[in-house]
Ligand binder design. Structure first.
Ligand code: DAU
Length: 366
């Protein structure tokens, strides 16, 4: 199917249709057709997870949203606002995908296996979701004539960088099974743009943090362990650097690219601040009034990337996005959220996560 028929729906209004310009700047995407405006229907995959659910909360008031989520360990129904339309299924299942995508104007794909340590242990689910799943979504989008496709990806596809920052033209050089399979997904998106003319873009985010992040990740793990008096496992020398991005800033960046990004292009969305892991842990200790003696240096992650850093100049210059939340403020908000939301993390910390933690860290949670 050629580009012409794909460029219907959302897409041909993205360039600034008069209809769209009459709406307030905060309004969502608009499809043409009869007045009054029809709200755009978005299929948001993987939206029961941390970043996807934040995105649904951000755009749900403006656009109509349908979620497709497999509800794996990190995909939690309770992350979604009440009343969200949810189809339970995998993006690598063509039948479920076609049913879920029917009637949608655009697709935003958050569905991912996101944890590097789990990918080192077993890569299969990563390849299935990131490669087969992305390909399945792209095929269905083409066949159903969906107007726009956005792939949510990661800075890890560029690998590690000692100084300076990656731009969108930096070569892909992933180092873990997680990032290698994400890079493969990105390449499939480009291939579908070149081969079939699908209107697709890619966003690559740096390390996200904020409320509702599954506690296997550095920040929520350290916050919850500090609140419980459990040891704080720092990999290697703790001097690795990450480029921290508050999840709401990322979601605004994602929506900006969905609305205004060019087909066939990638956009980096990097956080405003970089920080060594050990400094992050010390800030968490301060914010939770924990003891510094809880810090425990443990065996390093195999193939551990030393530093991530993204340049977001393209997104700022071309589409006007800007990060709003600095790390100091975002981290405080995040720690407060975990302190106040035991009903969210309580069931997680006593379930699958406990087993994972014991296997990964060789000790039980307190
Ligand atoms: O850069 C974006 C990526 O950020 C996303 O694409 C990934 O899905 C996400 O998992 C994240 O990858 P990282 O490997 O950077 O995140 P993680 O929270 O696992 O680790 C952050 C840093 O903290 C990393 O240098 C490893 C270190 N670390 C992590 C854990 C869980 C520790 O020192 N101790 C720990 O227990």
């Amino acid at each position: 199917m050629g580009r012409g028929s794909l460029a219907t729906g959302v897409n041909h209004l993205r360039g600034g249709s008069p209809l769209r310009q009459t709406r307030p700047a905060s309004a969502g995407l608009v499809v043409s057709g009869s007045l009054p405006f029809r709200r755009v229907k978005l299929l948001v995959t993987g939206a029961a997870g941390f970043i996807g659910s934040t995105y649904v909360r951000l755009v749900g008031g403006e656009d109509e949203v349908r979620v497709l989520d497999k509800l794996t360990y990190a995909g939690r129904r309770e992350n979604l606002p009440e009343g969200t339309e949810l189809v339970v299924g995998a993006i690598e299942d063509p039948k479920v995908v076609r049913e879920a995508m029917e009637g949608c104007d655009a697709v935003v794909n958050f569905a991912a296996e996101s944890h590097v340590d789990r990918s080192i242990d077993d890569q299969d689910a990563f390849a299935r979701t990131h490669v087969i799943g992305t390909g399945t979504l792209l095929d269905a989008a083409r066949e159903l004539g969906v107007g726009r496709y956005l792939q949510v990806s990661t800075d890890e596809v560029y690998g590690s960088i000692e100084s300076g920052s990656f731009t969108e033209t930096s070569p892909l050089d992933p180092s873990s099974p997680y990032s290698a399979t994400k890079a493969a997904g990105d390449l499939l998106v480009s291939a579908h743009f070149h081969t079939y003319g699908i209107d697709a873009s890619i966003v690559r985010g740096s390390n996200n943090y904020g409320p509702r992040q599954y506690p296997e990740k550095l920040i929520p793990l350290m916050v919850l362990n500090a609140l419980h008096g459990d040891s704080l496992p720092v990999y290697g020398d703790g001097r690795q650097i990450r480029n921290w991005l508050f999840v709401e800033d990322f979601c605004r960046g994602i929506h900006t690219v969905l609305e205004k990004g060019k087909a066939g292009e990638a956009y980096n969305v990097g956080g405003p601040d970089e920080c060594e892991n050990i400094e992050v842990v010390k800030r968490v200790i301060e914010l939770t009034d924990a003891e510094e003696s809880l810090i425990e240096y443990v065996k390093d992650r195999p193939g551990h990337d030393r530093r991530y850093s993204l340049s977001s100049e393209k997104l700022k210059r071309d589409l006007g996005w800007q990060a709003e939340v600095h790390f100091a403020e975002g981290l405080e908000r995040t720690v407060d959220w975990y302190r106040d939301n035991e009903e969210w993390w309580g069931p997680i910390r006593s379930g699958e996560y406990r087993e994972y933690y014991e296997k990964q860290y060789g000790r039980a949670l307190g």
